[in-house]
Design a protein around this ligand. Structure first.
Ligand code: ZN
Length: 196
């Protein structure tokens, strides 16, 4: 069981990834940036309609550890409220931008903090083969895999990865499903990278 995660969207390549997830009846988690929702509300709604998990990735990709309590609060809750208003679901998980968190982020967000166990570096290589290999050469049960749905090469990698991972015997689930099946649920203020 593994969790594919896509940060920084929604964006122009989100639909290509959703098409593939839908085709294979697979699930993934999208950690969205609040200020992108207005331009890509159709993609956000579709994520929810297909049973994908929508998590919070801040309002404008600010590093949350540089903010005060009220700053963190508006970054997280403005995003969560916007997701709820547009897609009808309220995010239950947080991936802080740059993977950067501290005790204040944990306590203010009141959410499980979702890191990752495989960093594909897709944002850096923008190379579908490298992203594909980063996953297939390293994947293990319980992995949380970091990708970004704002890059064309990532969408190209995802449409190869989804059937390949299923062929290899993995179930593709959301982060919260992974937490539920492995741990009986995710806890607010706890940091998760691989869930086994
Ligand atoms: Zn990000």
């Amino acid at each position: 069981m593994i969790a594919l995660t896509f940060d920084d969207g929604p964006g122009p390549y989100t639909d290509k990834i959703l098409d593939c997830l839908e085709k294979y009846n697979a699930k993934a988690t999208f950690f969205v940036v609040g200020n992108r929702i207005g331009s890509y509300s159709a993609q956000l709604k579709r994520e929810a309609q297909l049973g994908m998990e929508i998590g919070c990735h801040s309002w404008d990709h600010t590093q949350l550890t540089k903010l005060s309590e009220s700053g963190i609060s508006s970054q997280v809750f403005n995003t969560n409220n916007k997701v709820k208003a547009v897609a009808g679901v309220y995010p239950a998980t947080l991936r802080p931008p740059y993977g950067s968190y501290n005790n204040l982020v944990k306590s203010v967000s009141k959410a499980p903090i979702i890191m990752w166990s495989i960093d594909t570096l897709d944002w850096k290589t923008k190379n579908a083969d490298k992203t594909y290999n980063a996953v297939m050469e390293n994947v293990r049960d319980g992995d949380i895999i970091l990708m970004h749905d704002i890059h064309s090469a990532t969408a190209d990698a995802a449409v190869r990865l989804i059937p390949a991972l299923i062929d290899a015997g993995y179930q593709l689930v959301t982060v919260s499903e992974l937490g539920y099946y492995k741990k009986g649920g995710l806890k607010a203020g706890t940091v998760y990278s691989r869930i086994i």
